[in-house]
Ligand binder design. Sequence first.
Ligand code: NAD
Ligand code: TYD
Length: 340
Amino acid sequence: MKIIVTGGAGFIGSNFIFYMLRNHPDYEIICIDSLTYAGNLSTLSSVINDPHFRFYKADIRDREAIDRIFAENNPNIIVNFAAESHVDRSISNPGIFLETNIIGTSVLMDAARKYKVSRFHQVSTDEVYGDLPLDRPDMLFTESTPLHTSSPYSASKASADLLVLAYHRTYNLPVTISRCSNNYGPYQFPEKLIPLMIINALNNKKLPVYGQGLNVRDWLYVEDHCKAIDLIIHNGKIGEVYNIGGHNEMHNIDIVKLILKKLKKSESLIEFVTDRKGHDLRYAINPEKIHNELGWLPETSFAIGINKTIDWYLSNCGWWQEIVSGEYQNYYKKMYGDNK
Ligand code: NAD
Ligand code: TYD
């Protein structure tokens, strides 16, 4: 079995590559990544010399490059993680989100059609459903919840989902889509809530909490997401969407306080800052379909997952120090000003 994984030098894609090489030692994994600011080849250093792994630096918008890689490898399955993934960046610069997340997906699907792959899996997000009210814990996203996006990021992901379903209906492309809640774990880029707060706390910098920190996200340990995708690409029904989430809703402020407590730092480091524009209030997934059809259940509780994640950032300072010492400084200044 040959699987092309796009975006494999990023957070979830790299964790997926490690998961697949561990759990399917006879598979060949071919990674395509253009190494944007969010992609890091050093993340893949433990597998780069694995004979079952191959890396191509290429942009999913580049039709010729993608065609050449498909021709060289003749893959069975494509799993598309490659994306611009950060909501705040989509608010300041939407254009690249449309290009990579929508056009890039269509370029990959054209190659998937031409080379007759047996499965094209699109890694999507629960953000395509918009948000839920804070005071209605009974309401959860199901696969039939209407798409109702808030940010340029979520709108670009929803557009890609529609295009994926259109390629299925029009060209019979064998597709599946997964829509997962917020992930956390090793190798997450420190622009996202959990790694940003861990790293700022370790550096005794202020922890910038948007608004009052009352927004709710449904957190899933990254390995549980990888396991769900593995199940979907092998046993999921063609043309179907699967929601993935672990019933672990938390207010942002409670996560921030938990991180401070674990790192034995003072809550005085918390700084409430101007809210994100159009900030989604609450995400919450109903994962019954993937549970009933594919037997998936999350295995890592938040209590265990957050400890593992904090420990990983403590033991891998080199990985994130290299990031935060570079171009990230400019991003951070632009986003948060001279927050010390
Ligand atoms: P990430 O930003 O950490 O990684 C994205 C990767 O894609 C990077 O390695 C980057 O170099 C690569 N990339 C970007 N543009 C590219 C292009 N044009 N061509 C080739 N490679 C390109 O993102 P992530 O958090 O790992 O998310 C991966 C996928 O999962 C995304 O599609 C995202 O929408 C989805 N998702 C993320 C979460 C989450 O909580 N992080 C939750 C649900 C779904
Ligand atoms: P984020 O990790 O960007 O994921 P998403 O917006 O895709 O859910 O943010 C998670 C939550 O944390 C979201 O409600 C915004 C909030 N947040 C902050 O309060 N401060 C920050 O510095 C960041 C990056 C996020």
